[in-house]
Design a protein around this ligand. Structure first.
Ligand SMILES: [Zn+2]
Length: 307
C-alpha cells in the first residue's frame, strides 16, 4: 500500500455544487471536518469543472487526504443510462457528463447525487435523523425539494425523483387557495409555490400590500402585525398538510427540515402540532425536527456518498 493511499484512507471528500457557491470538505471517518473551502460558482460548464478540481485539491492538501474518494451533491439529477445531468436549475450543467468529466480530471471515481438527497443522507447519518429507519429530508428554500433515506441509503427510483414532493399540488386546498400560483414547472398550485421563501413573501405582499423578506415578516409577526402572524400561521398549516400527505404514503420515522425557511422560529413544532388534523391515523408518532448540520448538511452528505 502506498503512503498516499494510507493517508487518504481516513478521509472522504464532499463537494456541494450550489447555484452560487461550491463548497468542499474533507470529512474524517468519525464525522469531523478536517478542511473546508468555498468558491463562487462560475456560470459556465468548463469553468465549473476547473473550480471543482481545484477546490478538491485544496481541501486534500489541507487535510492530507490525497486521493480520497469524492462525492458531489448537485442541484439536479443524473440520468443513469447516459450519465448526463438533468433537472438542474444551474442550467449550464444540463446535458453535460459531469461525473465522467470529473473522474477524468481527478483520476478517481466520483459519485454524484441530488443535493436534497445529500441533505437527507447527512441528517440520517449523524444529524437529526440519526438512528431512525426512514428519514424524509425536506429542503424549504428558494425551491422545495426532498430526499428519502431508508436504513442509511438514499432512494433513487427509476425516474430519480424520489422525495420530490415540491411539485405535487398543495393538499386539501381551500377555495381561496385553488388553483394556486403558477409554477415554473408548468403546473399551478405546486407545494413549492406556497412553501418556498418566495412563496411566503408573495403571500405576505398579496395580503399586506407591501413587499417584505421572510426575515422581516418574522420580525413583524413578533411585534404583533396581524398580517404577518396570519401569513405565518397559513404557512404552518400548509406545511402540515404537505407533510401529512407524505406521511400517509411513506410513514417516515423522522422528517428533517432544512433550507433557509427551516430557520423560521418554531417551525418544526408548529407543523408537528397541526399534523394530527391531516394524517390518516388516530395518533402521529413521526418526529418533525430542525436539521442539525445547517448549511453544512449538503456537503457532509456528499462526503458520505463516497463511503
Ligand atoms: Zn411545480
Amino acid at each position: 500500500m502506498s503512503s498516499t493511499t494510507t493517508t487518504a484512507g481516513g478521509f472522504r471528500i464532499g463537494v456541494d455544487l450550489g447555484g452560487t457557491k461550491i463548497e468542499a470538505i474533507a470529512l474524517s471517518r468519525d464525522g469531523q471536518i478536517a478542511a473546508r473551502e468555498r468558491v463562487s460558482t462560475p456560470r459556465a460548464y468548463a469553468e465549473t469543472l476547473a473550480s471543482i478540481v481545484d477546490i478538491v485539491h485544496r481541501v486534500e492538501q489541507t487535510a492530507g487526504a490525497i486521493g480520497a474518494p469524492v462525492g458531489i451533491g448537485i442541484p439536479g439529477a443524473v440520468t443513469p443510462s447516459t450519465g448526463l445531468v438533468k433537472n438542474a436549475n444551474s442550467v449550464w450543467l444540463i446535458g453535460e457528463p459531469l461525473g465522467r468529466d470529473l473522474e477524468a480530471r481527478l483520476g478517481r471515481s466520483v459519485r454524484l447525487a441530488n443535493d436534497a438527497n445529500c441533505f437527507a443522507i447527512s441528517e440520517a447519518a449523524d444529524g437529526a435523523g440519526a438512528g431512525a429507519g426512514v428519514v424524509f429530508g425536506v429542503i424549504l428554500g428558494t425551491g422545495v425539494g426532498g430526499g428519502i433515506v431508508v436504513h442509511g441509503r438514499a432512494l433513487d427510483g427509476p425516474n430519480f425523483i424520489a422525495g420530490e414532493w415540491g411539485h405535487n399540488p398543495l393538499p386539501w386546498m381551500t377555495p381561496d387557495e385553488f388553483p394556486g400560483p403558477p409554477c415554473y414547472c408548468g403546473k399551478r398550485g405546486c407545494i413549492e409555490t406556497f412553501l418556498s421563501g418566495p412563496g411566503l413573501e408573495r403571500e405576505y405582499a398579496e395580503s399586506a400590500g407591501d413587499a417584505r423578506s421572510s426575515a422581516e415578516i418574522v420580525k413583524l409577526a413578533e411585534t404583533g402585525s396581524a398580517h404577518a402572524v396570519g401569513v405565518l400561521e397559513r404557512y404552518h398549516d400548509r406545511l402540515a398538510r404537505a407533510l401529512a400527505s407524505v406521511i400517509n404514503i411513506l410513514d417516515p420515522d423522522v422528517i428533517v427540515l432544512g433550507g433557509g425557511m427551516s430557520n423560521l422560529p418554531g417551525l418544526s413544532e408548529a407543523a408537528s402540532a397541526r399534523l394530527p388534523r391531516y394524517v390518516f391515523s388516530d395518533s402521529v408518532h413521526t418526529r418533525v425536527m430542525r436539521n442539525t448540520h445547517g448549511d453544512s448538511s449538503g456537503v457532509r452528505g456528499a462526503a458520505w456518498l463516497s463511503a
